[in-house]
Ligand binder design. Structure first.
Ligand code: CS2
Length: 502
């Protein structure tokens, strides 16, 4: 790793390979810590990860490192790409890629230092380096956590060709979008004969691998006629896009988290990430070439991810969003605080039992009631200060994935899902009011913010008009949901009640 900077403000040394080796014993005043499970100095890059945010560092990196250690492999180092801001690069490069995971909650493990991230590239500035890395024959897996909006889909779920950045990538500019980076990287692989590769989406989307494969083909279809033929065939033959379900609650890191990590480690770690003790990864076993033995670290490799994915998105993520919007409106800062409100806890439970459960195909070996209780227990973790406004962001991207599938399935079965409607109504009220019960501002952090503001202005002050005008945002609700009178009436009822009485 290049460019190191060891100086720190409070005179304490910063985490890097040298300072870590000198740090003995492995117990600080704040507890015990665990060193990397692999030797970072001898690790070679075998994975490119697009979107190296906190979630990736607390989830796939841990699985990958433990799997490589268990299998005695030194070729599953990770080159991470940070897409939107250079901050992860600035946190990790001076630390030789090292950072720690701080678990919070019952049965938390000791602080763990990870050593598998061997490179960090800044996608916006280094797109040529990103393309080159994807095309490296030593790389056999490309993973992604770029959030829902990173896929840049339109209302029909296809690549949004009216997005200027997507267009620029299609026209051959140095790629700035995720799909652009990926296609140009695959193209270079094909040109160089770098061999087959697996592209593994780890985002909260329904059929994430299938979605990504579709977007890659949309991009290829949009290329000018002068583009070299044969790439699509090569991708078909040499690339795989398995689906996966990922689960771990990873709140944004705070100054307090950094201070706690410092007390344990005795070193400053600018890259520390916080997570709950729980983590789960279910991966479709469909790889083009070699992969880490993730099962040795507890991941489940299976042919059928869809049922797991639906359970997780519809039970956990939908309930998370319900608590985020209702909780934020009532002035609760965290998900755990929201859940301590009896009214909200009852709504969370009812959403899962009455609306979601009837729509699910339960995977073999899963007890849905246990799963539901587990979700609520995890949300109630008092040590995890997961902010309601963090979960509330990007609602336009999350609602269709988490809630509207349930809504459509229940409507098709002749029932109006009241609790799912409550969650959607809470989002509508959050967007329209922009203030909580104490008058504090609620941020609207959403790629469709401008559209949503215009829609709420058109419906201001009247629940019926508000619901009508938000329902007409087709990218979210499609053409079908605004036509459903029962659903619209349920939303209007809930919005009216939420507006006067939170
Ligand atoms: C959350 C998820 O921020 C959100 O929208 O619902 O990030 C959630 O914490 C994870 O999916 C848990 O696996």
């Amino acid at each position: 790793m290049a460019a190191r900077g060891r100086a720190v403000s409070d005179g304490r040394q910063r985490l890097d390979l040298r300072t870590l080796e000198q740090q003995q014993p492995r117990v600080g005043p704040g507890g015990r810590w665990t060193p990397p499970a692999v030797d970072p100095r001898s690790l070679r890059v075998g994975i490119v990860h697009l979107g190296i945010g906190a979630f990736h560092r607390a989830h796939q990196v841990v699985f990958t490192e433990l799997a490589a250690a268990a299998a005695g492999r030194d070729d599953w180092g990770i080159a991470g790409v940070t897409q939107r801001s250079a901050s992860v690069r600035d946190q990790l490069i001076p630390q030789d890629g090292l950072y720690s995971v701080l678990e919070r909650g019952p049965d938390a493990a000791p602080l763990r230092v990870l050593g598998s991230v061997r490179e960090v590239l800044f996608g916006a500035a280094d797109s040529a380096a990103v393309v080159d890395r994807i095309a490296d024959p030593a790389v056999r897996v490309v993973t992604l956590t770029v959030t829902e909006k990173g896929y840049r889909r339109d209302g029909a779920g296809q690549l949004n060709l009216s997005d200027p950045q997507v267009l620029a990538d299609v026209q051959g500019q140095p790629p700035r979008t995720v799909v652009g980076q990926l296609v140009r990287g695959l193209q270079r692989r094909w040109e160089r004969g770098a061999g087959p590769v697996t592209v593994l989406s780890c985002d909260n989307l329904v059929g994430n691998g299938d979605v990504l494969r579709g977007l890659v083909h949309d991009f290829l279809d949009a290329l000018p006629a002068s583009a070299p033929g044969g790439l699509a065939d090569w991708i078909e033959a040499s690339a795989r896009f398995p689906c996966s379900m990922v689960d771990r609650i990873v709140p944004a890191t705070t100054a307090e988290d950094r201070a706690d990590a410092r007390t344990v480690l005795g070193l400053d770690d600018h890259g520390v990430v916080v997570a709950e003790p729980f983590s789960q990864w279910v991966i479709q076993d469909d790889f083009a070439a070699d992969r880490p033995a993730w099962e040795l670290a507890g991941a489940v490799l299976t042919k059928d991810v869809a049922a797991w994915e639906a359970v997780k998105l519809r039970m956990l993520n939908a309930t998370h969003s319900l608590l985020a919007y209702l909780g934020a409106l009532r002035g609760y800062d965290t998900i755990a605080a929201a859940l301590s409100d009896d009214h909200l806890a009852a709504a969370a439970d009812a959403l899962m039992v009455e609306d979601v459960a009837p729509t699910l195909r339960v995977p073999d070996g899963l007890d849905l009631a246990d799963y539901r209780r587990g979700v609520l227990r995890r949300f109630a973790n008092p040590a995890l200060r997961h902010r309601t406004v963090q979960v509330a962001m990007d609602g336009s991207q999350k609602l269709p994935v988490r809630l509207l599938g349930t809504v459509r399935d229940r409507l098709a079965a002749g029932a109006v899902p009241q609790h799912a409607a409550l969650a959607v109504a809470a989002w509508m009220t959050y967007v329209a009011e922009g203030r909580d019960a104490h008058g504090r501002e609620l941020p609207l952090d959403d790629p469709l913010a401008v559209r949503l503001r215009a829609a709420t202005a058109a419906g201001a002050g009247d629940p019926r008009r508000l619901v009508d005008s938000l329902l007409r945002v087709e990218e979210i609700f499609g053409a079908d949901l605004p036509e459903h009178d029962g659903f619209r009436a349920a939303l209007t009822d809930h919005v009216a009640r939420l507006t006067v009485n939170r």
